[in-house]
Design a protein around this ligand. Structure first.
Ligand code: DWN
Ligand code: SAH
Length: 406
């Protein structure tokens, strides 16, 4: 049985997705024979209630010099991070000569805002290709994995930070206790740890099971984070729900007693109680809905194929690796996936090997149906694809329900 990444209690996974490849492992045909597969399971710790994967891989296997995801692919996310940076500055970085550190800063999508205003900043980003993209736009970045040692060394070199930030990365860190110790090493006495991650409550409410893949080790909710931070003499002092990535939560944590705990935290605890996030039955029901979603999506795609319709994927997301492999969706059902990321184009999707093609192919010969793998960017994409829809093209979705987008 796997052991909890927070409190080491053994836990029984509530679900297996079967054999899964590396979610962001877009590959060439020559690499097919060596492709890595392993069973992907997910469970909830009976002691601290943290929902988490049962499979841990060496971090270098996921994050390296050919990391596939560049954060700045989305204009709306660029705007989101501009506002995020503004909020952090206005709320927490009002003192003299503040210093801000971001864990998992990728191509600098958030830190570029601090860089532009001349604030002292540092990104900690182990994937060399995206770290270089950040450096090229003037964002100070060190290429390494963040942990306790990194926190201590950065403080030694630059002094204490007033804020440590993270977005869609703190859920990627299986050594989470070491990471929190590293954050404490770095922060000054009133310093804040502000991070924003896919919210477990949204995954449960929307059956967005495609958030479950190898990079996402931890599925945070306030309840489990309360227990994590209590181990380190910290507490959550604010929570701010976010629409991005299909439903996220921004958490502000600090040393216990350093900041007043806001009313939002009390309200969110009550909301989670109502959602039943600490009850095993919630996850058995989630599993049943995931299985139902799989049946419906596979049936819909088979029906469309039977009716002679063409279907292409829109957005070669990491999330789509879970959907395609779990539902058995290969090139017979989805002819290709359109994606704007140069490094993914000309490659094949992990496991099921659907060709990933440049966006221009989608524009030149659009399919009858586009399966919206990047559903979390739905508003941006639907706006951009008004022409596709005007000419009769339709979007298929599977979150929160399988069907045709109205
Ligand atoms: O947590 C993570 C999030 C932030 O990013 C990482 N573990 C990995 C990654 O997850 P993802 O691959 O599921 O992220 P996205 O943002 O849903 O990926 C969108 C994909 O769709 C990109 O490959 C770019 C593509 N795209 C496109 O082709 N046309 C996106 C947009 C907005 C578009 O218009
Ligand atoms: N913050 C960005 C990127 C999220 S993708 C956004 O929200 O769009 C996750 C990023 O975390 C990747 O760039 C990956 O290389 C990085 N990462 C993974 N493990 C890390 C670690 N231990 N320390 C710092 N960054 C890490």
């Amino acid at each position: 049985m796997p052991a909890c990444l927070i409190c080491e209690e053994p836990f029984q996974p509530f679900m297996s997705f079967g054999r899964m490849p590396i979610a962001n492992g877009f590959l060439t045909e020559a690499q097919f024979p060596q492709e890595f597969f392993d069973e992907l399971t997910v469970g909830a710790c009976p002691r601290c209630s943290m929902v988490q994967l049962g499979r841990i891989l060496p971090p270098e296997q996921l994050f390296h010099e050919n990391y596939a995801y560049f954060s700045s692919i989305s204009t709306r996310m660029t705007e989101h991070f501009r506002r995020f940076a503004e909020w952090v500055s206005g709320s927490f970085l009002t003192g003299k000569d503040p210093f801000v550190v971001e864990i998992g800063s990728n191509d600098g999508i958030m830190l570029q805002n601090f860089a532009k205003s001349g604030m002292r900043h540092l990104g900690v980003e182990p994937s060399a290709n995206v770290a270089q993209a950040a450096q090229a736009r003037g964002v100070r970045t060190v290429c390494r994995f963040f942990d306790e040692k990194a926190g201590r060394e950065i403080r030694g070199e630059h002094g204490a930070a007033q804020a440590v930030l993270g977005a869609n990365v703190i859920c990627h860190l299986p050594n989470i206790n070491s990471v929190v110790r590293g954050v404490l090493e770095l922060l000054d006495d009133r310093g804040v740890f502000v991070f924003e991650e896919p919210y477990l409550g949204d995954i449960v409410e929307k059956t967005s099971y495609d958030q479950i893949y190898d990079e996402h080790y931890l599925y945070y909710a306030l309840g489990s984070l309360d227990r994590l931070f209590a181990r380190h003499g910290m507490e959550v002092v604010d929570v701010v729900p976010q629409q991005v990535h299909g439903g996220s939560m921004r958490y502000v944590a600090a040393r216990r007693g350093a900041w007043p705990v806001r009313e939002s935290v009390v309200r969110q605890r009550a909301h989670e109680e109502a959602l039943g996030l600490a009850h095993p039955g919630t996850y058995l029901r989630l599993r049943a809905r995931i299985e139902e979603s799989r049946r419906k999506l596979a049936a819909l795609l088979r029906d469309l194929k039977g009716a002679g319709k063409t279907v292409a994927g829109y957005g070669a997301t990491s999330k789509s690796t879970t959907v395609t492999n779990y539902c058995g969706i290969g090139p017979d059902l989805v002819a290709y996936i359109s994606d704007t990321t140069p490094g993914k184009q000309g490659r094949f999707s992990p496991g099921v090997h659907i060709p990933v093609v440049p966006y221009e192919r989608f524009q030149e010969s659009p399919p009858d149906y586009a399966l919206l793998f990047a559903w979390n960017h739905g508003a941006e994409i639907v706006e951009k694809e008004a022409g596709f829809r005007a000419r009769g093209g339709k979007f298929l979705v599977y979150v929160p329900e399988v069907g045709v987008l109205e």
